[in-house]
Design a binder for this molecule. Structure first.
Ligand code: TRP
Length: 334
């Protein structure tokens, strides 16, 4: 799909230090898409994060971290908009209006809620155990995020398609109730599936498994991570068997086709062993992520500057939000 003349909008929940898998799967595709779109709204969904925040996490810190991450990754906040959801209070007023137009049954079917219910059933707990209203109403807030601006496309992964469809359904219901077209219907834009990068032990890359390659790190951190990648002690390898290793799956997600081909040849022909292959991977990680990492560490040192960037961006778009909310309120009679 051509997104050149489109307004795209998407949000991410701030959730902590990213790893290379998050970057390749979510951050980089979003930055690339924004470079193609005519306007891109990217926001940090802090109110969404509040639903699942644990007592030892500071929401403010998490927001700074995600903002610094987006800036270091090249999101062009001077051309597009990088903002904090909570800096646009019109979103929450719109959500309150949408509450009245959203059947409860739609929320029962929403899969964030359903997943929580299923888990509770599995553990023989009350179905609504630990489900707060924020989680239950999550799709209505998400609809308000999207519909407050005249969004054309919402880039999302597969798991969020249903939520964008709910936003469309809410918009359709509202417009038809008032015979109006005040709310623009958005579409989802399914982000290209990027092959998942496995963790150092071959399981899914995840902080809870302690098997990640951190995105923002020092050479020493990367060295220690790469050292931990599991390898085998087979004497002979074929192209297929190399391609099936955890090492290769990680390596090939970061390197070019040419580099991939070369390393397979070298390992099969035994001109290098795992140690040299890992050194090569470390060099590639450094090449690809060191500059970005340094930028990140510089930015994160100055939370006041991050706040200013977020606030300035929010102030630029708040009049649009206000204007649109006023139109919606007028239709409703408020
Ligand atoms: N629910 C999304 C996620 O968990 C984050 C999000 C919140 C979002 N509001 C949004 C994404 C609006 C796109 C549009 O990833």
């Amino acid at each position: 799909m051509d997104i050149k003349n489109k307004t795209i909008l998407t949000g991410i929940k701030p959730s902590g230090q990213p790893h290379v898998g998050n970057y390749l799967g979510a951050i980089q595709p979003m930055v690339n898409l924004s470079d193609q779109a005519s306007k891109s709204y990217f926001f940090i969904a802090d109110y969404h994060a509040l639903n699942t925040l644990s007592p030892n996490q500071s929401l403010g810190d998490l927001v700074h971290l995600l903002a610094a991450q987006m800036i270091a990754s090249g999101f062009d906040y001077k051309k597009h908009y990088l903002y904090r959801q909570s800096d646009i209070p019109e979103i929450f007023e719109l959500q309150t209006i949408f509450n009245s137009f959203t059947p409860k049954g739609w929320m029962n079917k929403s899969h964030a809620y359903k997943a929580a219910v299923d888990l509770n059933r599995l553990n023989n707990k009350d179905v609504d155990n630990e489900v707060n209203m924020g989680l239950y109403n999550y799709p209505i807030l998400m609809a308000a995020d999207i519909l407050i601006f005249n969004t054309d496309l919402v880039p999302v992964g597969k798991d969020q398609v249903q939520h964008v469809e709910i936003a469309r359904d809410i918009a359709t219901r509202f417009n038809s109730r008032y015979k109006s077209d005040v709310i623009k219907l958005p579409n989802y834009y399914l982000k290209e599936e990027v092959k998942e990068v496995p963790g150092l032990d071959g399981r899914k890359m995840s902080k809870s498994y302690n098997n990640v390659i951190p995105l923002f790190a020092t050479t020493e951190d990367w060295h220690n991570a790469v050292k931990k990648i599991v390898t085998d002690s087979k004497d002979n390898h074929t192209e297929e068997s190399i391609k099936d290793t955890v090492f290769y799956k990680i390596y090939s997600s970061i390197s070019s086709n040419e580099q991939n081909k070369k390393i397979v040849d070298q390992l099969v022909n035994k001109t290098i062993g795992w140690r040299e292959a890992k050194d090569e991977l470390l060099n590639i990680i450094i090449d690809r992520f060191q500059k970005m990492s340094e930028d990140y560490f510089n930015i994160i040192k100055d939370p006041a500057l991050i706040d200013k960037i977020l606030k300035d961006n929010a102030l630029l778009i708040q009049p649009q939000a206000q204007d649109h909310l006023d139109k919606v309120k007028k239709v409703v009679g408020i």
